[in-house]
Design a protein around this ligand. Structure first.
Ligand code: HEM
Length: 344
């Protein structure tokens, strides 16, 4: 055999494969066959959470740069890694199938031995949520949340929350989009504080597209896109929202394709995360019915609340309320059109 790296040593398999200690194998207890599956499935989830954190961390590092060019390798790398996160999350949803081969009767053989541990204490999962942008004030069941984590784990989350999450970095990036800031793209004179002529035209086209029952949307449009102020409960500022809506509407322009993919990837992350939450709830319901969780929550009720309120990128999803048909879009100036990649 040649010298060099050896498979099991490289992967430190002695540690990983030696890390399945069944509670039901402890002295005086009865061995529960399915506990091995239960441990391995959780460990494999945690390994994938680690990979997800690794990808999100690297994306945030790039996004923290003061400038990211729209057609630079940076944006490509960000998208590539975010779509990897989405693929992993997709697989994590499927993996629930494996755990569902365990019946509730099999689970009862060892469930009581696990108290008060729970997946709720998965600090990597909580870190991922916080890094993406889920804020403490928006967490479902905050009191329960703080009572179930060790102080050192709580501190990890609190420290993360002191820094900008991905959601805020994306907001900053959108605010820096130069579409209508540069003089060359804005030849008309308009009064200070007034909406740019492009957005005035867009607002008119949007107003024309609304049916009677939707007319109040116009007030929301003005508040969310044209106002000079932002609200504490908003993740996106009006300026960032304008840039995001612009990207969604004019995404056929070459220069907007990578920015569009970025927004799409964020929506995919919310989609797959909520798909996982949904499958987890159904699995929990089937496994323990209406009983409380080993972590002491109301079980299904808590998880349903978290599913409903933990969408992180929901303000991007809501932008579609304000879209109009392609053929009604205001025509872009020649200079802007050329800059985005098509000649006028
Ligand atoms: C028999 C299988 C499972 C049952 C019955 C179950 C049950 C529960 C319950 C009842 C909760 C709410 C907290 C509590 O009171 O304990 C919870 C939370 C959680 N579980 Fe599971 N779980 C199972 C499998 C898994 C697996 C395989 C994972 C993968 C890591 C997981 C990850 C989580 C996470 C991350 C939370 C927190 C969710 C949130 O706060 O939004 N669970 N689980």
């Amino acid at each position: 055999m040649q010298d060099g790296v050896y498979y099991s040593e490289y992967l430190q398999l002695d540690k990983i494969l030696g890390a399945q200690a069944l509670e039901s194998d402890k002295e005086g207890r009865t061995h529960a066959h399915d506990e091995m599956l239960f441990i391995i499935i959780h460990q494999s989830y945690e390994l994938w959470f680690k990979q997800i954190l690794f990808e999100i961390g690297s994306v945030m590092e790039i996004m923290s740069k003061p400038n990211i060019s729209d057609n630079s390798p940076d944006l490509f790398t960000i998208n590539h890694r975010l779509s990897r996160v989405v693929t992993i999350l997709d697989v994590l949803v499927q993996k629930v199938d494996i755990l569902e081969t365990m019946t509730s009767l099999d689970f009862l053989d060892f469930r009581n031995m696990l108290r008060p541990a729970s997946g709720f204490q998965s600090i990597q999962f909580k870190v991922a949520e916080a890094l993406l942008g889920l804020k403490m004030q928006n967490r479902h069941g905050k009191e329960y949340y703080t009572s179930q984590l060790k102080p050192e784990d709580k501190k990890i989350i609190e420290d993360i929350e002191k820094k900008k999450p991905l959601l805020d970095l994306v907001n900053d990036w959108l605010e820096r989009m130069p579409f209508f800031d540069k003089e060359e793209f804005c030849p008309e004179n308009f009064a200070a504080g007034a909406a740019h002529p492009f957005w005035q035209a867009y607002k008119q086209a949007y107003a024309n597209s609304l049916i009677e029952a939707e007319k109040s949307n116009l007030t929301h449009f003005e508040e969310m896109f044209l106002s000079q102020e932002t609200k504490p409960e908003w993740s996106l500022s009006p300026k960032a929202r304008r840039a995001a809506l612009f990207i969604l509407m004019y995404r056929d322009y070459p220069l907007l394709q990578l920015p569009f993919q970025l927004i799409n990837n964020l929506l995919e992350i919310d989609n797959t995360l909520s798909a996982w939450r949904f499958r987890h709830i159904n699995m929990v319901h089937r496994m323990i019915g209406a009983r409380t969780g080993t972590g002491g929550s109301t079980g299904k009720g808590y998880l349903q609340g978290a599913l409903n309120s933990h969408y992180i990128f929901k303000e991007f999803a809501e932008l579609t309320t304000f879209m109009i048909e392609r053929n009604k879009l205001p025509k872009l100036s020649g200079a802007l059109s050329a800059r985005l990649g098509f000649e006028a």
